[in-house]
Design a protein around this ligand. Structure first.
Ligand code: PMP
Length: 433
């Protein structure tokens, strides 16, 4: 029989129907499918400033900001120009180039805890590699992560809490061997006594603790004062490396991330999102003595064909230089407060319990009577009500995160008309619930 290619549809079909036929679930990353809020995702034709334009011609004020990177808004002319300029010199070299050095110098300038940094192509690679490095450096296998924190989808980190005193983890996905999961202990976030208990039971077996110092992956949670300092003290005492996953928060909440805000020095940090200016970049770095354990200086292997890609690095440098020039953090916090206050006022008027944790340009909307301190609290929020808000806001031209358990992001491009209109429309959407 002759091979015949897939028959071309005679009738025009919706993009999502075509996507579902050829891409699992129709999407290349699960949350894009709107499974948790229901409905069918829109397709983006273009993105400019604070606005997404969909294939069916709608304009949406975007509070997802490509899940964090777009702190300057979409398609910023300076970043676009930097990519265009780099493009004239080639798309990938597989050999060292000056841009890598410049981005490494910029990262280490803003993150004093990062003495040396290795670039990779995603946040997942950054955290996966930081964990391997911590294990190789300490000679220990066990790691600790926290419920609700997401660190990408490597096997050691896609682990959820099990039951029992030591909370040995369980795979949070099919395809992860239980034997891997046993090496990851999962603790409740923001709970000093749970940490104390583990380090009492396992004083010298934990290679690393990895944490989102402010958590942006179960909604947005800021830990209690003193929690991160306690974690720093305990890990230092036990020879355990402290890894701050600042893939979301790095350069977003402050130039030096949460570690700058909280004055805590982790041993290793993971970055991504903003440092790629909207192109694929991740990075991990920290103390020189630890980083020197990486190949080719040391025994811990890590590599990447496209690591330090010249286009991505050029975009990242442009994004960071623009942050340095504009220092937009006070302005972003004003925008965040405006949105928070509008949503809270609307919910109060409507008599709906709403929590809006917010710091700078990150926030989330929890329909919850109690302030959310951890994953268990977050899960008590009314996700069905959030789904209704999501669709009411979308109908009014505002794109909130398509899940009750994702943080929202604001960009400098939201200043002015976009934030005012978004606040009006979100308030009206809450009123409609
Ligand atoms: N760490 C954190 C804190 C993240 O928020 C994410 C992604 N949202 C990752 C790691 C993984 O990054 P990536 O999606 O680029 O692999």
């Amino acid at each position: 029989e002759r091979f015949s290619p897939n028959p071309i549809e005679a009738q025009p079909t919706s993009l999502f129907a075509r996507a579902e036929k050829r891409i699992p679930g129709g999407v290349n990353s699960p949350v894009r499918a709107f499974r948790s809020v229901g409905g069918t995702p829109f397709f983006v034709r273009s993105a400019q400033g604070a606005t997404l334009t969909t294939e069916d011609g709608r304009e949406l004020i975007d509070f997802v900001c490509t899940w964090g990177p777009a702190i300057h808004g979409h398609n910023h002319p300076r970043i676009r120009a930097a990519i265009a300029d780099a493009l004239t010199r080639g798309t990938s070299f597989g050999a060292p180039h000056a841009g890598e050095v410049e981005l490494a110098e910029l990262i280490t300038k803003f993150f004093p805890s990062i003495q040396k940094v290795r670039l990779c192509s995603s946040g997942t690679e950054a955290t996966m590699s930081a964990i391997r490095l911590a294990r190789g450096f300490t000679g220990r296998d066990r790691i600790i992560k926290f419920s609700g924190c997401y660190h990408g989808h490597s096997d050691s980190l896609l682990i959820k809490a099990g039951s029992g005193a030591l909370t040995h983890g369980h795979p949070d996905s099919a395809g992860i061997p239980a034997a891997f999961a046993r090496e990851t202990l999962v603790l409740p976030y923001n709970d000093c006594s749970a940490l104390d208990a583990v380090f009492t039971a396992e004083p010298d077996t934990i290679a690393a603790v990895i944490i989102e110092p402010y958590c942006g992956n179960v909604g947005f949670i800021i830990p209690d004062p003193g929690y991160l300092a306690h974690l720093r003290k305990l890990t230092a005492k036990h020879g355990t490396l402290l890894i701050f996953d600042e893939v979301m928060t790095g350069f977003r909440l402050a130039p030096g991330g949460v570690q700058e805000l909280e004055a805590i020095t982790p041993d290793l940090s993971c970055l991504g999102k903003i440092i790629g200016g909207g192109l694929p970049v991740g990075a991990f770095g920290g103390r020189s003595d630890i980083m020197d354990a990486l190949a080719p200086s040391g025994p811990v292997y890590q590599a990447g064909t496209l690591s330090g890609n010249p286009l991505a690095v050029a975009a990242g440098i442009a994004a960071l230089l623009l942050l340095e020039e504009l220092n937009p953090y006070a302005q972003l916090d004003t925008l965040g407060r405006q949105l928070r206050d509008a949503a809270l006022a609307a919910a109060r008027a409507k008599g709906i319990p709403l929590q809006v944790p917010q710091c700078g340009s990150m926030f989330s909307l929890f329909f919850n009577a109690e302030p959310v301190r951890d994953y268990a609290n977050a899960l008590k929020s009314d996700a069905a009500l959030y789904a209704r808000l999501f669709h009411a806001a979308l109908a009014r031209g505002v794109y909130l995160a398509p899940s009750a358990y994702e943080a929202g992001f604001i960009s400098t491009a939201h200043a002015g008309e976009a934030i005012d209109r978004a606040c009006e429309q979100i308030s009206a959407a809450i009123h409609e619930l």
